[in-house]
Design a protein around this ligand. Structure first.
Ligand SMILES: Nc1ncnc2c1ncn2[C@@H]1O[C@H](COP(=O)(O)OP(=O)(O)OP(=O)(O)O)[C@@H](O)[C@H]1O
Length: 279
């Protein structure tokens, strides 16, 4: 490569033929995926597509029985601790404690992730401010709204200053205003730090609006990959239509009839009801 050729973006996450099965269920089926450094990448799919299982392999919470996963070049099977130090993870399950204040919750994560003691108080305050919770920091998390709880969990993941932030369904169960609030804070932090964000969602409209690129996952594999605009224009061209299809149309096109039997997007009943569970 000559010196004036720009280097291709480094890969934050690389999955090569990643497979994971629960008994006879192939949750992840030879998945190939590359997330570029600095992008917001959306892994989209209906319930059961294999998104959470893939994410758990990437975070090292599940082993990699077949294939390979690398995070910033580190093999998750061989360098588990190195990988864990690079990432912040907000799981679908509640990770905040209702009996602690927002500040105490974030401080707990700062201790677990070995943030140096002398920096802790400032880093905790910065993480809370980054998600708009500075004023509510000393209230019990049990008094927070669903959107505030999600932002608190975001602060918990951010306090270790990760290079890769992984969010599993960050807006599930939230009302539209709270969903927008969560995304605005994710974007602001990304813009300020340049961190890579890998997010799973089944909300196609959010992915369209907030993700740089998306991978449409169905039955354990990514079936289409690109920017939301590329995928939508690609389908319009294939159909020879002037009306721009939605990302959900694209998904239905690549998943075919299998989508209806496997669960669509509109009938997803899964609501996290975060505030209720914290309270
Ligand atoms: N612990 C488990 N034991 C058995 N089967 C599982 C387990 N976890 C997931 N599965 C199955 O693996 C497949 C993929 O599930 P996964 O949770 O990864 O999908 P998902 O796309 O994240 O869906 P959701 O949005 O509902 O979380 C599904 O068929 C699911 O039923």
């Amino acid at each position: 490569m000559t010196s004036d050729t720009p280097a291709p973006p480094a890969e934050a996450v690389t999955c090569t033929r990643l497979a994971y099965a629960f008994g006879d269920t192939r949750a992840v089926d030879e998945l190939d995926l590359a997330v570029r450094e600095g992008e917001v990448f959306g892994l989209l799919g209906p319930n059961g597509a294999g998104k959470t299982t893939a994410i758990r392999c990437i975070t090292t919470l599940l082993p990699v029985p077949a294939g390979m996963v690398r995070v910033f070049g580190h093999d998750t099977a061989k360098e588990r601790m190195a990988v864990r130090r690079l990432l912040g993870y907000v799981p679908q399950q509640l990770s905040a404690d209702s009996g602690l204040t927002g500040r105490e919750n974030v401080a707990l994560f700062a201790r677990v992730f070995d943030v140096p003691r002398r920096e802790r108080a400032e880093r905790v305050a910065q993480a809370l401010a980054a998600v708009g919770l500075a004023d509510a920091a000393d209230r019990l998390a049990g008094t927070y709204s669903g959107g505030m709880v999600r932002r608190l969990e975001l602060a918990q993941a951010l306090v270790s200053a990760p290079r890769l932030l992984i969010l599993d369904e960050p807006t599930i169960g939230l009302d539209p205003i709270a969903r927008t609030g969560v995304w605005e804070h994710i974007n602001a932090v990304r813009a300020a730090t340049g961190m890579t964000v890998l997010v799973t969602t089944h909300y196609m409209d959010e992915a369209d609006q907030y993700c740089d690129r998306v991978g449409l996952m169905h039955r354990g594999r990514v079936r289409a990959l690109g920017t939301p605009a590329e995928l939508r224009h690609g389908l319009a061209e294939r159909r020879g239509t002037d009306t721009l299809p939605t990302l959900e149309d694209v998904f239905r096109d690549v998943a075919g009839s299998g989508l209806d039997s496997g669960g669509g997007f509109r009938d997803v009943r899964s609501t996290r009801r975060t505030a209720h569970r914290v309270g």
